[in-house]
Design a protein around this ligand. Structure first.
Ligand code: UTP
Length: 477
């Protein structure tokens, strides 16, 4: 067991950093609270906090480049959008070979708080499928199990959690017997926390003994993989391709052979899938080139005229939407998530953060009083060698559950799953009655355990004899 440093060890360090107020109420605390505070204080990276305060609180923020010489980032189009079918086939074969060789792991980031959905529990335990109400975690687990079966491979799954939801996440997996996966191939990684500070750069205390800490963002996933020893485990197992996706998107093919193949063929350190924007001002990041580097510029940062700019044929110039689907090279994660100088930057977010004042009273601010710091995973792109971007069809890749109602809600996600199943059946030669958006008249389900993606489905369906009747309430597979 590791013991926390003593107050005598920590206090001088905090004093030197101008943060000694963290121990202001020390004398009034119970011995348990003192121990908790010491433990937490020992985890604070004071050097990092000092740098963040210097850059984002006292300074004018990280240097932002203008948008004058911004170009759209090139991407590999889908065959049905004019891409070269032979290269997609080659990529698919290379990716399948990597999967068979056990070189690929799945990585889900599930450390967020899901505040917009307003669901009480880890988002991965939210039920999503149209008939059987499988949870997001179950959908991914079954897709991974199916890919393992399809490629005859041992596939490891890494899941990023946070201190807030880790125990509930692990419990959900145990209760469900790891959804049929081998438990020693599922790895939970708790992401890092960063202290929140006030407008003067002083660390905020949530109460007399608790430092106000917030998760370090999905960009923190890369250093969490390194710190937790996950990358070392990957190296031991011969895993060098990490397929990254978000917890709220059940449409994702968790292990897409063509995507993995393009990543390998391109000797890419970080590959991305782009989804053409649904409309000019869609709230997604934009894949761009700036000063020779691939970057993602958030919709909130990119001037509207750029978001709406069109080419001579009327199509959008900045068409490539970023929806956080990547393949990472393990050595790249070791580099940017480890001790090298190439690190993901932090971003500042001003928030209302309850805090304890000098009198020891808890204050619930009415307006933003504090600053939290987060890293974004797409900031890895400009640090990567040979970044590859391929096109993905939205209908096969992306329909997140973000909000309780309206866009990106459980309802829209359920409908998109139904559209996806209907499109898969059509690709296999079976037409179902549907409306002009592809939404079928009946509610049914294709089990991810049966097929993990469209191509897999077509092959699986072919093998079925006799073919089942597709009617309301049916679960295929
Ligand atoms: P979102 O930006 O949608 O945030 O995260 P969220 O926390 O899930 O939801 P809101 O904004 O509170 O409603 C995108 C993905 O990144 C993960 C989330 O779990 C989700 O898969 N994430 C986000 C982390 O793993 N850690 C973080 O610190 C933030």
């Amino acid at each position: 067991m590791t013991t926390s440093p003593s107050l005598d060890q920590l206090h001088p360090q905090f004093e030197k950093a101008g943060q000694e107020h963290v121990f202001r109420f020390w004398e009034d605390l119970s011995s348990e609270d003192q121990a908790r505070l010491l433990q937490r204080a020992s985890e604070v990276d004071l050097q990092e906090v000092a740098l963040l305060v210097e850059t984002h609180v006292k300074g004018g923020g990280a240097h932002e480049q203008g948008f004058d010489n911004l170009e759209p980032a090139p991407f590999i189009p889908l065959p049905e959008q004019g891409g070269d079918a032979a290269s997609w086939q080659e990529a698919e074969a290379v990716g399948a070979e990597a999967l068979r060789a056990g070189r690929v792991a799945a990585f889900t980031v599930a450390g967020g708080q899901g505040t917009r959905l307003g669901y009480d529990g880890p988002k991965g335990t939210f039920p999503v499928t149209p008939v059987t109400q499988k949870t997001l975690f179950q959908v991914f687990a079954e897709k991974i199990a199916r890919s393992a079966e399809r490629f005859g491979a041992e596939i490891h799954w890494f899941i990023l959690t946070s201190e807030i939801n880790n125990d509930a996440t692990v419990a959900a997996f145990k209760e469900n017997n790891f959804f049929g996966l081998e438990s020693d191939r599922v790895h939970f990684i708790v992401q890092g926390l960063v202290p929140a500070v006030d407008q003067d750069g002083k660390i905020l205390m949530a109460d007399r003994s608790t430092i106000a800490m917030t998760p370090d963002g999905h960009g923190g996933s890369l250093r969490a993989l390194v710190r937790s020893g996950a990358t070392a485990l990957m190296a031991e197992k011969g895993i060098d391709c990490i397929s990254y996706f978000q917890v709220d998107n059940p449409l994702i093919p968790c292990l897409d052979p063509a995507f993995i193949g393009f990543h390998i063929l391109g000797k890419s350190e970080c590959s991305s899938k782009m989804i053409p924007k649904a409309y000019p001002l869609e709230k997604v990041g934009h894949f761009c080139l700036q000063g020779g580097k691939t970057v993602v510029i958030e919709y909130s940062d990119l001037p509207e005229e750029k978001q709406q700019e069109t080419l001579a044929d009327g199509s959008l110039r900045f068409v490539s939407g970023s929806v956080a689907i990547h393949v990472f090279d393990r050595a790249f994660i070791e580099r940017v998530g480890g001790g090298s100088d190439a690190k993901l930057p932090f971003h500042r977010a001003d928030k209302k953060i309850p805090f304890v004042n000098e009198q020891g009273e808890i204050v619930k601010p009415e307006s933003p009083n504090g600053i939290k710091f987060e890293m974004f995973v797409f900031d890895a792109l400009p640090l990567a060698e040979n970044p590859v971007i391929i096109e993905g069809a939205r209908s096969e890749n992306f329909s997140p559950v973000k909000n309780a109602e309206g866009v990106d809600s459980p309802q829209t996600c359920k409908e998109d799953q139904l559209r996806q199943y209907t499109a898969w059946l059509k690709a296999a030669g079976k037409n179902l009655a549907s409306d002009e958006t592809g939404l079928p008249e009946i509610c049914f389900e294709i089990s991810p355990r049966f097929a993990a993606d469209k191509q897999d489905f077509v092959a699986q369906w072919e093998k079925l004899d006799p073919k089942p009747e597709i009617k309301d309430g049916v679960v295929l597979g």
